[in-house]
Design a protein around this ligand. Structure first.
Ligand SMILES: N[C@@H](Cc1ccccc1)C(=O)O
Length: 478
C-alpha cells in the first residue's frame, strides 16, 4: 500500500486527535478543508480513516426578516395600533394592513363584525414571533420556524461538516513509522538518463478514484440546437432574415389573407398592444384582395375590410409575418431564406405549450419549385436533425394551398406534429406582384429541441437549471 505524503501527514495529525473536524485538521496542516477531505477520502478507501458527513440547516433572516425582528411582525405592529375596535375601512389604510389582516384573523386577534374589527382580549406571542426572536438572537437550536420561510422572512442554507477519525488500522500504520520524504510527480531528463529515478519516492496515481468533477462554461443546450439549425440552413444555401417582435396585425394576419374575423386573431389567442402601427404603402391591394379578390380570379372573403383592425399592434404570433415582409421586399426569384424567431401566443401554459417559443420559418421562391420540393426539403431537414421517420398530414392555413403538417416519429410518443407548411396562395402573393410559386413553412423548433434532448417538459428549455445544463452532454446522442 502506497500512501501519498498528504495521507501520511493527515494520519500523523489524526493520531494525536483520534477524531476531528476537517476545519481543525486543515488549520493544523496549513491546507484548505476541501483538500483535507479529499486526502481523507483516499485514506478512507484504504480503511485508514473514517469520514462522517454532517449536514446542518442554518436559518438566516432575510432583509425583510431583519426589519421585522426589530420592529415586530406586521400583525403585531398593526394589532398594537388598534385600541378596542376600528372600522375596517380605516384599518385597511395602515401601510401593513395587506399582510397583517389575514394573520390577525387567523390567530383570532380580531373579529370582523359589520365592517368593524374588534380586538381580542389577549394577544399571545405566536410561533412566528418566537422563532423570529430565536433566529435574530443567533440561537443555534430553533424549535421551529413556523411560517417564516413561506413568508419570505427566513432563508435556509446548508452547512456541511466533515468529521474524520483514524481507524485501528490507520493507527497501526502510523505506529510502524511513516516515510515522510517528499514524493515527486515529475521526473527530469537527468533523473531518467542517470537512472536515479529508481531511488526517488514517486507519487502514485490512483486510477480508481474519481476526481472531483469540473464544469467548464458551456453553451446552453437549447442555444446549441438553435445554432445547429441555423448552421444547417446556411449550409443548405439559405440566407437569414429577421424582424421586429411587435408587428402590425396587417403583416401578422391581413397580408397573409387571414380573414379579419378569424378566431386566431382574437384577444384570447393573441397579445395585443396598446399602440397602433401604420399601414405600408399599397395596403389597398390587401383590402381589395380581402373584399373581392383584387385583380385575381379569387372572390376574396367578401364583406368590408377594416383598416383599423389591421393597424392594431400584436406580438408576432408566427414568423410567417416576417416571411411575407421579406417577400414584399424581394419579389423577384430566386428567394431562399429562413428566420429563427421567437413568437408569442396567449396559451395556457402546460408541459407542451408555452406562451413563447421559437419557430423556424422558411420560404423558397423560384420559377418551377413544386409541392414535392417542399416535402423533400422538410424531410431532409428533419433527417438532418436526427428524425428518420417523417410523414405529412393534410392541413389548412388561410395563406397556403395545399397545406401540410409534418410529423416525426418519436419512440414512446408516436407521431408528433411539429408545424405547418404549404405553397402560398395567389391571394397572398398577387398583391405584391409575385407570380412564382412560393414554398413556405413554419416549424416549432422548441418542440424539436425538447424531443432531441429527451425532455418531457418544454419549460425546461427556458429555465436556468444549472444541474440540467451541466448534466446535458454537448454532443449529439443519437
Ligand atoms: N404559420 C404557421 C405555420 C406555417 C408557415 C408557413 C406556411 C404554412 C404554415 C404556424 O404558425 O403554425
Amino acid at each position: 500500500m502506497e500512501l501519498t505524503v498528504n495521507e501520511k501527514r493527515l494520519l500523523l495529525i489524526l493520531q494525536k486527535h483520534t477524531s476531528a473536524d476537517a476545519e481543525v485538521l486543515a488549520d493544523e496542516l496549513a491546507a484548505d478543508p476541501g483538500s483535507v477531505v479529499q486526502w481523507a477520502h483516499l485514506a478512507a478507501g484504504r480503511d485508514l480513516v473514517r469520514i462522517m458527513r454532517d449536514v446542518r440547516e442554518r436559518y438566516h433572516l432575510t432583509e425583510e426578516g431583519e426589519l421585522y425582528a426589530q420592529e415586530g411582525l406586521p400583525e403585531r405592529q398593526v394589532i398594537e395600533s388598534i385600541d378596542g375596535e376600528i372600522p375596517m375601512g380605516e384599518l385597511s389604510r395602515h401601510p401593513l394592513a395587506k399582510v397583517a389582516i389575514g394573520w390577525m384573523r387567523k390567530y383570532g386577534w380580531i373579529r370582523i363584525e359589520g365592517g368593524i374589527a374588534k380586538k381580542a382580549a389577549s394577544i399571545p406571542e405566536t410561533d412566528d414571533e418566537r422563532a423570529l426572536r430565536a433566529i435574530a438572537s443567533g440561537e443555534d437550536e430553533t424549535p421551529g420556524i413556523g411560517d417564516l420561510k413561506s413568508r419570505g422572512l427566513v432563508a435556509i442554507s446548508e452547512e456541511v461538516r466533515w468529521n474524520i477519525s483514524i481507524t485501528p488500522k490507520g493507527d497501526e500504520i502510523v505506529r510502524k513509522g511513516l516515510d515522510l520524504r517528499p514524493e515527486i510527480g515529475t521526473l527530469t531528463r537527468e533523473q531518467i538518463l542517470s537512472g536515479s529515478w529508481r531511488d526517488e519516492s514517486l507519487r502514485r496515481y490512483s486510477l480508481a478514484t474519481p476526481p472531483r468533477r469540473i464544469y467548464p462554461g458551456k453553451i446552453h443546450p437549447y442555444r446549441r440546437i438553435l445554432d445547429e439549425v441555423r448552421t444547417l440552413l446556411l449550409e443548405m444555401g439559405f440566407s437569414e432574415f429577421s424582424g421586429d417582435i411587435v408587428q402590425s396585425a396587417f403583416w401578422n394576419f391581413d397580408a397573409l389573407f387571414q380573414p379579419q374575423d378569424h378566431p386566431a386573431r382574437e384577444m384570447q389567442d393573441t397579445f395585443y398592444l396598446d399602440v397602433t402601427s401604420p399601414l405600408p404603402d399599397g395596403w389597398e391591394k390587401i383590402r381589395d384582395m380581402h373584399e373581392h379578390g383584387g385583380a385575381t380570379s379569387s372572390t376574396g372573403w367578401g364583406g368590408r375590410w377594416n383598416p383599423e383592425k389591421a393597424r392594431a399592434s400584436v406580438l408576432r404570433t408566427h414568423s410567417t409575418a416576417l416571411s411575407i415582409q421579406y417577400l414584399a421586399a424581394h419579389p423577384e426569384p430566386p428567394v431562399k431564406a429562413f428566420s429563427l424567431s421567437r413568437v408569442y401566443r396567449r396559451e395556457s401554459i402546460d408541459p407542451t405549450h408555452l406562451a413563447e417559443f421559437e419557430q423556424l420559418e422558411g420560404i423558397v421562391m423560384d420559377n418551377d419549385v413544386t409541392f414535392n420540393n417542399l416535402l423533400g426539403f422538410l424531410k431532409e431537414f428533419y433527417h438532418r436533425m436526427g428524425f428518420s421517420d417523417v410523414r405529412f398530414r393534410p392541413a389548412y392555413f388561410p395563406y397556403t394551398e395545399p397545406s401540410v403538417e409534418p410529423e416525426v416519429w418519436v419512440d414512446g410518443l408516436g407521431w408528433v406534429e411539429l408545424g405547418g407548411a404549404g405553397i402560398f396562395r395567389e391571394e397572398v402573393t398577387a398583391p405584391f406582384g409575385i407570380t412564382q410559386p412560393v414554398l413556405a413553412w413554419g416549424l416549432g423548433i422548441s418542440r424539436v429541441a425538447m424531443l432531441r434532448l429527451g425532455l418531457s417538459d418544454l419549460r425546461q428549455l427556458y429555465k436556468s437549471d444549472i444541474d440540467w445544463v451541466r448534466s446535458t452532454p454537448s454532443y449529439r446522442r443519437s
